[in-house]
Design a binder for this molecule. Structure first.
Ligand SMILES: Nc1nc2c(ncn2[C@@H]2O[C@H](COP(=O)(O)OP(=O)(O)OP(=O)(O)O)[C@@H](O)[C@H]2O)c(=O)[nH]1
Ligand SMILES: [Mg+2]
Length: 392
């Protein structure tokens, strides 16, 4: 609970003592109404954003290889049929992966709402729980206000609370759950992957390369993290697994020069997708910034529009720290989308909501494990339900 809320609450307690009991309810209702009014401009902004997003070219591109389904937010479009068995097993994996996060929320909600009406206290407790689960203060306040709007002073069961929250969370996440569309109007599509050390850049490239190559795409991977020899070896193993072409340099060679060489090769070999892995030395921000800027500058000599995608990987276990990582990397490169990894080891799955509220950047995929099949497209509904520990 924030200090402001605490002050407001202590004032309320003082006021309560002076108000006859029968009038107390109307005071509390008025307070909630004020809280709800605050979110109205947000809702308006959301509508505006939806309109803006509707004209973004990224939405118009076609769906790619079943992993990522086509999604146009404002139109009802039939979903690309996925193998129901595979879909079910992914949902189970997601649920298992998000167990730490969902357990924290489910248990918390259960404790707060045992035979209780929705009142100021339960709302405050819920808000605090959601903040603790890394949903962020904005989302936490908005969600509790929305719940108050519908259910204030009414009996409500924990299950109902979770279902309500899942629905609202889904609505927010829907805006950012945008598939990674790598179509082939031009060849190659250049995908630059950036992020802090250990957030899963190399693994993500390996997983994506494998998935796209099994759809018949010609893939090339460039090991532009020339800082660590082990990083190159790790990437080479992933490249071999997906029969991707592999471009590497000597240790500590110029990353930008290597990226240029890789793009030249990719062009001559008619490659569909070129993935560029990068180093994640954020402790030396200036150097990293210069290196990334140079990679982009240099590959643009060969293709003015490259990189066509600049993906930022974020480790969910770092919770709110992911927000500052986005800030840092946005300064260095034009981030086109996010990949959130390690949701399986984290109790901070709510971070997706914080990210969505703050940056509205597309979340293309999420990772819930180290295996190839553990990276999948980000779908708002299944994520929100898994986060709230709901049964399918
Ligand atoms: N549990 C889990 N582990 C993951 C996931 N994604 C990546 N990892 C693991 O996280 C570790 C770091 O992943 P890397 O892909 O090497 O990360 P990186 O960003 O390339 O790291 P640097 O090259 O050091 O900057 C590896 O052990 C991966 O197997 C995930 O979704 N879940
Ligand atoms: Mg790496």
């Amino acid at each position: 609970m924030g200090w402001l809320t605490r002050i407001k609450d202590s004032l309320l307690t003082k006021i309560r003592k002076k108000i006859p009991k029968k009038d107390l309810q109307s005071v509390e209702k008025a307070r909630q109404e004020k809280k709800i009014k605050k979110i109205e401009p947000e809702v308006h902004k959301k509508e505006q954003k939806k309109e803006e997003l509707a004209v973004e070219p990224i939405k118009k591109k076609r769906a790619f290889f079943g992993l990522f389904k086509k999604k146009e937010k404002l139109k009802e479009v039939p979903k690309i049929e996925k193998d129901p068995e595979k879909k079910k097993s992914w949902f189970q994996k997601l649920k298992t992966g998000l167990f730490k996060s969902s357990e924290k929320i489910s248990q918390g909600v259960k404790k707060i709402f045992v035979n209780k009406k929705l009142d100021i206290q339960t709302l405050n407790d819920l808000e605090e729980l959601l903040i603790m689960a890394d949903l962020g203060p904005t989302a936490a306040e908005k969600l509790t206000a929305e719940l108050a709007n519908e259910k204030f002073d009414k009996d409500i069961k924990p299950e109902e609370v979770r279902t309500f929250l899942a629905k609202k969370i889904e609505e927010t996440l829907e805006e950012v759950a945008i598939p990674l569309v790598l179509d082939n109007i031009q060849k190659p599509i250049v995908v630059l992957v950036v992020g802090v050390n250990g957030t899963g850049k190399t693994t993500t490239i390996g997983k994506l390369a494998h998935q796209y190559s099994s759809e018949g795409k010609k893939i090339m991977i460039a090991a532009c993290d020339t800082f660590r020899a082990a990083a190159v070896e790790q990437l080479q193993i992933w490249a071999e697994r997906s029969s991707a072409e592999f471009v590497k340099g000597t240790q500590d060679c110029d990353a930008a020069g290597l990226a240029y060489e890789a793009l030249e090769k990719a062009k001559s070999k008619n490659i569909d997708i070129l993935f560029i892995d990068t180093a994640g030395r954020v402790q030396n921000r200036t150097e990293l910034m210069e290196e990334l800027a140079k990679i982009i500058r240099v590959i643009r000599k060969l293709d003015l529009e490259s990189p066509h995608h600049c993906l930022l990987t974020l480790d969910a276990t770092t919770g709110q720290n992911a927000l500052s990582q986005v800030e840092i990397f946005k300064e260095m490169a034009e981030i086109s989308g996010l990949i959130v990894t390690k949701l399986d080891g984290s109790a901070k799955g709510g971070i997706l909501l914080s990210l969505a509220e703050k940056f509205r950047l597309p979340v293309h995929a999420i990772g819930v494990g180290e295996k190839i099949e553990d990276l999948q497209s980000f779908e708002a509904k299944e994520f929100a339900e898994s986060l709230m520990g709901l049964e399918k």
